[in-house]
Design a protein around this ligand. Sequence first.
Ligand code: SAH
Length: 404
Amino acid sequence: MSDTEKTIQLLDLSRAEMLEHVRALGQPSYRADQVRQWLYKQLVTDPAQMTSLPLALREQLAAESGGAVLTPVVETHSSDGQTTKVLFRLHDGQLIETVLMRYHRRNTVCISSQAGCAMGCTFCATALMGLQRNLTAGEIVAQVLYFQRWLQEEGEEEIGKTGKGGKEGEQIEDMDYLQDDVGVEETDYRSPITDHGQPQRVTNVVVMGMGEPLANYGNLWKALHNLVDADGFGLGARHVTVSTVGLVPAIDRFAEEPLQVNLAVSLHAPNDALRAQLAPINDHYPIAEVMDACRRYIARTNRRISFEYAMMRGINDSQALAVELAALLRGLLCHVNLIPLNPVKGSPYQPSTREDVDLFMETLRAAGISATLRVRRGIDIDAGCGQLRARVESDSQLPQVTGT
Ligand code: SAH
């Protein structure tokens, strides 16, 4: 497109930018609120359909709009119907993944923050692709809006007793005893609950898909504000978790942000030698520096940090390492999330055995460190970070999604 510079995606705009934009178009300020209502409450992103706006404004906004932000190309469902993963194509052909995980009274969307990733973690499928580019704020937010629409459509279908993804009469297993994602156990009771006991609303967001969110700092926070603000999507800040590989300066910046979203840090090893092997960024930000940043974050925010630890057989899962990890984390307001590794094609690492995971977790707990095993969701649909895209790029036989 020759006039790309003029393209304006409404989802990319902060509240202040929206105000500025409608004023620049000669419109009164309240039009900004109306547009945000359409975007985040009515889930309408096509300006032509924003029928409360004057026709001329609709036409103006439509003319400068760059078209669909996300186009779904592949949708996969886990065998239990509770996890759905979508591969989206962006306007420039980049592919990103988003996952919906449904639990008892809670729907968590795991979103991507970059196309690819530059961090190079040796067990991660996304790392193998390298970094293509940062996602825009609109591309980050649109992943959540997509699944909100999806859940609403399902709710409407359920009234007609068909169910989308899940099967009729299916048992919903209460898995809350295994905390799957961090700090997000409460239920949003404002959400309507269907007779399957599922709220038809995205209740939680974790930024744990493709990419390093804190390496796309500005767009991430703009997106988070639009997701959390009451006149935006209206998600509870405490129901949002951002996961980082441990970018120290960005953790310090995070601590100063007014939004009370949760922070998770991917640790995976209690010492530098092992961590550098798994997460090469450790050479820049060694564990002691990451821990200092975490302590500053906790002192500043009084919020608990979650440490993620992907369990790899014979690599980082010994009892001795659990003891070392407990010593590292002693006295810190934190929680450890043990994640069974999703094996990645082309990577030598295998998941730990259940016995080793249990012993590791018990060792941490005995040392007074709160730890849970995250339920591995969607292993049968490549729902690990970057895995669906990797498979699609080597296999054209997957079911394709049509329409939006
Ligand atoms: N870059 C960020 C967020 C994206 S990855 C980060 O590093 O935290 C989200 C989580 O999934 C991280 O803890 C990451 O280490 C983990 N992860 C990546 N590949 C995985 C795999 N194959 N199996 C299990 N966890 C994996």
